[in-house]
Design a protein around this ligand. Structure first.
Ligand code: ATP
Length: 235
């Protein structure tokens, strides 16, 4: 089943067109990755989906609902979680408080407790640091916290913007393992990455974006073996 569908999206920053006729689909249960160089439009695609950037034209459907008709704060409530580039955790709040912020719309304490438990099972490190202030943690821990906070919403689509950015290879490995585990347990994932090699390895499908346009789409493995992709992104 198609969970998310973008049709011919055009997004601008003032007079600069960042997205040109972007059409893409994410099916339930998939890991889909967007790869491309700096400034290609990957982050803008996620921001357009989560409502931070309003496209000038095009359509976005989530579970067959027209997202562009909703106010931004309702988009998250529909089940789309966005982990932004650079994590953006609350540095002065503790790990627990950060996680609770993710569940701000949930009233039932029991559900919050269950979700916290689930996040701690994915990231035991966060349990160990439960009372530590977010800003004092390492980059990898902050990334885990940002993902954990998103999971607290109970999303059906998890959008991750450059989760590997600035992290040591061993930590990147761990983050990608968690992404795969989340997916194997049913989470649909839209993953933006400059680390194309790692992203294509775990993705069912990928889109290559260049200067705001989709250049290529295919299965992760197929793109990985494509000569153009190899030359441009895997060298
Ligand atoms: P990166 O990994 O560097 O974030 P990206 O593929 O995510 O790259 P975007 O951040 O989506 O790219 O940027 C797409 C284009 O829009 C670029 O030309 C960028 O300079 C421009 N852009 C992004 N954000 C803004 C902004 N707030 N104001 C003006 N232009 C912007």
């Amino acid at each position: 089943m198609t969970l998310l569908k973008l049709n011919e999206i055009n997004s601008f920053y003032g007079g600069i067109q960042a997205l040109k006729n972007i059409s893409l689909e994410v099916n339930e249960g998939e890991i889909v990755t967007l790869i491309g160089s700096n400034g290609a439009g990957k982050s803008t695609t996620l921001k357009t989906i989560s409502g931070q950037v309003k496209p000038k034209s095009g359509e976005i459907y989530y579970k067959n609902q027209d997202l562009l008709k909703l106010p931004t704060h309702n988009i998250a409530l529909k089940g789309i979680a966005h982990v932004p580039e650079g994590r953006k955790i609350f540095s002065k709040l503790t790990v627990k408080e950060n996680l609770e912020m993710g569940a701000f719309s949930v009233k039932d304490k029991k559900i919050i407790k269950e979700r916290l438990e689930r996040v701690f099972n994915y990231f035991p490190r966060l349990r160990e640091r439960i009372d530590q202030k977010g800003g004092t943690m390492s980059g990898g821990e902050q990334q885990m916290l940002a993902i954990g906070r998103a999971l607290m919403m109970g999303p059906s689509l998890l959008m991750l913007d450059e989760p590997s950015m600035g992290l040591a290879p061993i930590i990147v490995e761990q983050i990608f393992e968690i992404i795969e585990q989340l997916n194997s347990e049913g989470m649909t994932i839209l993953l933006v990455e400059q680390n194309a090699y790692q992203a294509l390895q775990i993705a069912h499908r990928g889109y290559v974006i260049q200067t705001g346009e989709i250049q290529m789409v295919g299965e992760g493995k197929t793109l990985m073996n494509n000569e153009e992709v190899k030359k441009a992104y895997l060298a």
